[in-house]
Design a protein around this ligand. Structure first.
Ligand code: HAM
Length: 421
């Protein structure tokens, strides 16, 4: 096999998916650990749902007129003849799980988080993948705008810990079932007047769900949408009050934000608050996270009338915008010489590992020079030398690769030295 060997084309990773290799994966681990620690401080607990669900769950939850459902789902029929879909997002799964397990009756705070892969068949580009990863948080049963503000503040806290800078927080209210129909009607009229300038897809949306025109990626449609009436002028008293409270709470939390009346978000379920955090560092795919309130999904699924609010953060995107530096561990490389030392080395390595030292033995018989060459290449902090003399005396040599200093002593003594350095 030559150095530039690659798998046969039909065996290569699928377009829009990618491997996260050692070297990069440590950053993911830092992101995951930081997210867990942050969310748990706010009373969130992890809830893991399956990767695939009944297709109807997303049709009903995510919304039959959303681009995600109409164009982007990985849907297949299983051997039992049932239509299943690889989850394109997490929110409907959590709602389903709550109803199925009646988590609302447990009395615990209904605050959940989750991290994992999502699947959308969109055109891959920088920051947009077909298998991507989200960190998702959801809160149920809290109507107050304060909780919307709190989760936005939690997102800021997490992004701050990850060293993400240059962010902007956009907020809006998309109203509710009481006030949205009048707004949709106004949009329908406005879209009707400029129908000829819209793409074929938006001409259809103008009839079915004109709000979705705001999600269109075609520039001409975005331009037309700028002339549409603002939802802010159509909010009912309750939604207006909720939005005013959200803004006041964000002020208390000292979160700078911009009201963006066109921020309706691409999923059908939102009511009242919607928000996104965008960054100037990511080019076209600039949304690090997005979310909002969805007060009707649970009852629409046939469950109790419990409201929800939450957000999801794209892990690939947050990592591109962050300055995560994984902690470096110090490696002890065990260099054995001969068969007896190899056997004894097994036990020695186990001893150091049990006591918290990262220790590597490569079971390839090498001379001492080759061992040191390899240890150097691996960036080992120390080399432990195990040969016949060492086995007989019970004292082992330990070389500090940075200074060249060598110690020798019984394994316990070397261990306490390693633990202190
Ligand atoms: P979303 O805006 O569709 O919302 O996705 C949330 C985030 O996931 C985006 O801001 C982006 O960072 C990331 N993302 C989405 N699609 C891709 C992709 N193809 N490649 C890479 N990253 C992507 C939701 O999914 C809602 N479930 C959020 C939510 C939770 N609302 C309420 N609760």
């Amino acid at each position: 096999m030559s150095d530039d060997a690659s798998p046969r084309k039909e065996l290569a990773a699928i377009k829009g998916t990618r491997d996260i290799l050692p070297g990069e994966v440590e950053k993911w681990q830092v992101l995951e650990a930081t997210a867990r620690a942050t969310f748990e401080r706010y009373g969130f607990r992890e809830l893991r749902a399956p990767v695939f669900e009944a297709t109807e769950l997303f049709e009903k939850g995510t919304g039959a007129t959303s681009d995600v459902v109409t164009k982007e789902m990985y849907t297949f029929t299983d051997k039992g003849g049932r239509s299943l879909t690889l989850r394109p997002e997490y929110t409907p799964s959590v709602v389903r799980a709550i109803i199925e397990h009646r988590l609302d009756l447990e009395g615990a705070p209904m605050r959940y988080y989750f991290m994992g892969p999502m699947f959308r068949y969109d055109k891959p580009q920088k920051g947009r993948y077909r298998q991507f990863h989200q960190i998702d948080i959801e809160v149920f049963g809290e109507k107050d705008a304060a909780v919307d503000a709190e989760i936005i503040e939690m997102a800021h806290a997490l992004l701050g810990k990850l060293g993400v800078t240059g962010i902007e927080t956009l907020v809006n209210s998309v109203g509710c079932r009481a006030c949205r129909p009048a707004y949709s009607e106004a949009l329908r009229k406005a879209a009707g007047l400029r129908k000829a300038e819209l793409c074929a897809d938006c001409q259809r949306k103008a009839e079915t769900n004109p709000l979705r025109i705001f999600d269109c990626k075609v520039e001409a449609c975005q331009e037309v949408a700028k002339s549409f009436p603002s939802i802010q002028d159509y909010l009912c008293a309750e939604c207006r009050d909720h939005f005013a409270k959200l803004k006041a709470c964000l002020d208390v939390l000292k979160i700078a934000f911009k009201v963006e009346p066109r921020l309706v978000r691409g999923l059908d379920y939102y009511t009242k608050t919607t928000f996104e955090i965008v960054t100037s560092h990511l080019g076209a795919q600039n949304a690090i996270l997005g979310g909002g309130r969805y007060d009707d999904m649970m009852k629409d699924f046939g469950g109790p009338d419990i409201c929800g609010t939450g957000f999801a953060m794209g892990m690939e995107r947050v990592l591109s915008a962050s300055e995560v530096v994984p902690p470096k561990t110090k490696l002890l490389y065990l260099a054995y010489l001969g068969e007896e030392a190899k056997k004894a080395g097994l036990g020695l390595a186990a001893f150091f590992r049990v006591n918290g030292i990262e220790c590597l033995v490569e079971y390839k018989d090498r001379g001492m020079k080759a061992h040191f060459g390899r240890a150097n290449k691996l960036g080992a902090a120390w080399v432990l030398i195990v040969g016949d003399n060492e086995l007989q005396s019970g004292r082992f040599g330990l070389k500090d690769m940075a200074t060249g200093r060598q110690l020798d002593g019984p394994r316990e003594e070397l261990l306490s030295f390693l633990l202190q350095s």
